[in-house]
Design a protein around this ligand. Sequence first.
Ligand SMILES: [Ca+2]
Ligand SMILES: [Ca+2]
Ligand SMILES: [Ca+2]
Length: 669
Amino acid sequence: MIEEKRMGKLKAARKAAFAAIAVLLLLLATTLLPTGSDNKAKTGGDMLMLKLSELNTLPQAVNEKISPVLMEKVKEAVYRKETGGKGDDRIDFIVKSKKGIKEEISKAGPKILNAVDSIDGMSKYFAVEAEAEKVAQLASGQEVIRVLPRTMFHVMLEQSVPMVKADAFWKGGNTGVGVKVAVIDTGMDASHPMLKGRVVAEKDFVDGDAIAQDDNGHGTHVAGIIAGSKAGGGLMDGVAPGAELINAKAMDENGAGPIDRVFDAINWALDPDSNPATNDGARIISMSLGTTDPLDAEYENDLKAAVSKGAIIVVAAGNCGPGCTGAICPGCGGFKGVTAPGSSPSVITVGAIDKSKNVAYFSGGGVYPEIGVKPDFVAPGVSIKSSVPGGYSLKDGTSMAAPHVSGAIALMLNRTPTLKQDDVKRILEKTSEDLGEPGKDASYGFGLIDLAKAAIYREGVEFKVEMAPKLISQEVQKIAVTVYDDVKINSVKATITKPNGEKSAFDIPSTGSGDYAYDYTDTAILGKYALEVTLNYGGSSNASKDSGSTDESGGSGSSGGSGGAEASIDLFHLASFKVISPLGEIGMIDEINVSSEQRLSSNLTGNITFTAVKAEETRSLSLQLADDAGKIAYETTQPIVEQGLAILVVETQKLEARLNLMVDVKPGN
Ligand SMILES: [Ca+2]
Ligand SMILES: [Ca+2]
Ligand SMILES: [Ca+2]
């Protein structure tokens, strides 16, 4: 609700500011203005300064609700107005508020352009048009959460599919069938031979109707890269020719669209029939759009909400790369780096490379505080051939690179439907071809996605290591490795780091199909042993038949090679086990918890608990508490019986006894 009382307070605050500044300006005017300068100039100056000052002296509670980016726009508009500059002082902005207060917002004066649920469904975004000054008034409304810029996105401008090696998935029968990919763009020509039968849902958020026609060409091009198919008579296949497209038109014929429309499109794409019980929502949201404006944290939360609802968001890195100079990259206006929302940590960001795997001059990248390196990956984005209304055309841009990754993820989800965004990102990270500087870098991210590697990548359940978590000294540790998938295993190697830091490396030999076992006998030293098992598999499928089980792993750094040969992949499993004395764990206790406080004070009872290792054995436990000078302040010895969890109650008389616990378990009689 826009509260009248608060509005009153705000006006009062403005008046006070007005008075204070008026005095100050009078002084300035008399000292600084050249003599003879006319009244008009003086008045103009006064007006401007006063207005801007008002904005600078808003009550803190109001000011905090206004996005800094929007505040800059407000000041610009006020400046324009006061200096008699061209343009309207009415601006578009967004009021984020509790739901159901549309009327209150209307009453406050602005024209409501759009009303969209936030993606977490908890609040509402009202896109409004009003005088710039209304921003402060609206921010003072009690039910208003934040007043934000109406961030405008713009779309960014092919044999590229073989470069990401999509056929590795196709051969396994995974072409994206059953996976829905939403494309938030300029619409699609659904009758194009390449897209025939591929579009399962569409909505137009520009016209507000049910037909999301493409009046620009960009969306049809992007759609063809993701899920175009020869099946309907198309010239070529996209990355995931079996995937289903959700056509959400949020961008107009000029390729521009405000953020509320984009969010509206995302909300719809996640559940097109507005029935949570039906499974018609997009798993992947592909956005080849961006803005050079920073994205408000409030909007970031919506992207995060979409991901937590199970969506995987793929965004172009934008076309404001380091090679951009004025005329070449007209949309950048001097900005260099990754455009938003590509710059968001909540999305998978894609840059563009050419056919020689060199980063495109326009491909955005950078290292950002708290976010790290962007983009995350690169994909082909120079001279990409795909569908446009009425035919085909070549286009350049990270807009073309992002849909390669969206299509790739559709293939991955076809094979493993349970993958979430983090899983997908991790698998692509582990399998991408590192380009440029070693490791993740601001030009290439983790590198060029490599679906030949991703198609054979296994993790988790498919590779299991079993052994005893605890051993008595001199016992044999039996390490068993089970491989569940029908893949060619090159080697299973292990390294054990003993408690004294010594390492021993050995092969774990095969004991039958998918089974590997090794008896480790060097267990004399008490303590924790770290085990690392490295499973190497894959490699050229031709070589695999002949080489049998010999070790010829190319290592993790081996490249994809040519002719579609598969690279080998290392998988790691880390584990540890403990070797204890036959008498139990002398001097070692798994867990010690003081359940009261870290400092024991006078008359405080502290509970010290520890987990017993060997039951049915009586021990005694002595506990010493030392004071600041290191002196023993308290000492007790009590017999305890270890059965599961033993509890020792300690009472201390001394104030602030320090928690220098020295707990020593000795075998009892
Ligand atoms: Ca339409
Ligand atoms: Ca549904
Ligand atoms: Ca690199």
